[in-house]
Write a protein that binds this ligand. Structure first.
Ligand code: ACO
Length: 332
């Protein structure tokens, strides 16, 4: 790819990828726990005690996965000071694409006015952003691309059974994005990513249908307690794996930016890492679980409000349907 920019001039042998900009988008409509008590037999007390969730944003008809993804991506580009035209690739993680095809990433490309490069979606449920970040990092390290938009965008409100109180209270809609850019090895950037999947657990958390199956569009089915158990043990192992690979310890982490599924899982991870609560980025109370969008939304919030500063070491992790799970360690 002929890229004569500074990022493009770094030879593949001396490259890593760096997060150059972050952005997020949340739908205008906010639905509180009290609002949900009018739909299903639940209470603010139950939802708050079991999950830490107080409210979620739900998409209006114009707030598609592509629309929200493009909004988040535009914010990330603006923060990085990079023109949309110089993006080489768009990778969008979603479990709720607007159409079976084209990929939502391609729709985002068009909304951003980009006509070059390539774009595709990744399906790895709540781990989708970590997967997408890992692929983008590999593309940049290998020299295939120099600037990649990595997006998580989800409209889970479309795939929830709004009569099932055990699932519908847990999720929200939204999008988050980062611009990943080639940078010299040794400086700020992605230090490592680690990905895992085990399809033996496929029936623990899944959607019982698919895009295009008119009589069976599908809604989320979950064995909540089993997912909870696997989340804490697998994410703990993933964190140790990431630190060990980089010769680092728990004490080196400045910020944990976890997938925002449940405050109890997040608290357990923070304790496991001996991180004080103020070093853990939490959005689940206001966003609920936005699946692949949750990590980039939380990252964008903590960068934009000044908590994450240059030089900080940030650990991102997620687990979701598949089961899929993984981590990404980045120096800002
Ligand atoms: N309001 C009120 N009562 C409820 C609700 C609700 N919304 N949902 C379930 N209950 C009831 C159940 O019917 C049950 O009643 P019973 O004892 O009379 O049968 C009781 O509450 C307890 O149900 P449990 O399922 O045992 O509740 P638990 O403490 O396990 O909490 C939860 C459920 C929050 C889903 C928990 O298991 C959890 O957080 N699991 C992790 C899964 C998760 O976060 N998934 C998100 C997607 S995956 C991911 O992103 C990692």
């Amino acid at each position: 790819m002929a890229d004569t920019s500074v990022a493009g001039n770094i030879p593949a042998s001396g490259r890593r990828s760096r997060i150059a900009g972050v952005g997020g988008y949340l739908p205008e409509k906010i639905v509180t726990n009290a609002d949900l008590t009018r739909i299903v037999d639940t209470s603010d007390e139950w939802i708050t005690a079991r999950t830490g969730i107080k409210q979620r944003h739900l998409a209006g008809s114009h707030e598609t996965a592509a629309f929200m993804g493009a909004q988040a991506a535009a914010a990330a580009l603006a923060q990085a000071g990079v023109a949309a035209a110089s993006v080489d690739a768009i990778i969008l993680a979603t479990a709720t694409p607007d159409e079976a095809f084209p990929a939502t990433a391609v729709r985002v490309q068009a909304l951003l006015g980009i006509t070059t490069g390539f774009a595709f979606d990744i399906s790895a449920a709540c781990s989708g952003f970590i997967y997408a970040l890992s692929v983008a990092d590999s593309l940049i390290r290998g020299g295939t691309a120099s600037r990649v938009l990595v997006i998580g965008s989800e409209v889970y409100s479309r795939i929830l059974d709004w009569q099932d109180r055990t699932t519908c209270v847990l999720f929200g809609d939204g999008a988050g994005a980062v611009l990943l850019q080639a940078a010299p090895a040794g400086g700020a950037g992605i230090l490592s990513t680690h990905l895992h999947a085990n399809g033996a657990y496929g029936d623990m958390l899944y959607v019982d249908g698919a895009v295009g199956q008119r009589d069976r569009p599908g809604t989320v089915v979950m064995k909540g307690q089993e997912v909870f158990r696997h989340a804490v043990s697998k994410l703990s192992a993933a964190v140790d794996e990431a630190l060990e690979a980089n010769g680092l310890t728990h004490a080196d982490i400045d910020w944990l930016v976890p997938h925002q599924a449940n405050l109890r899982i997040i608290d357990a991870m923070g304790r496991r890492l001996s991180l004080p609560p103020e070093r853990v980025v939490i959005t689940v109370d206001r966003h609920a679980n936005t699946s692949a969008a949750s990590v980039p939304l939380a990252l964008a919030e903590a960068v934009n409000d000044g908590r994450i500063q240059p030089g900080h070491l940030v650990l991102m992790e997620a687990l979701g349907g598949g089961l899929t799970w993984g981590s990404a360690l980045a120096r800002f």
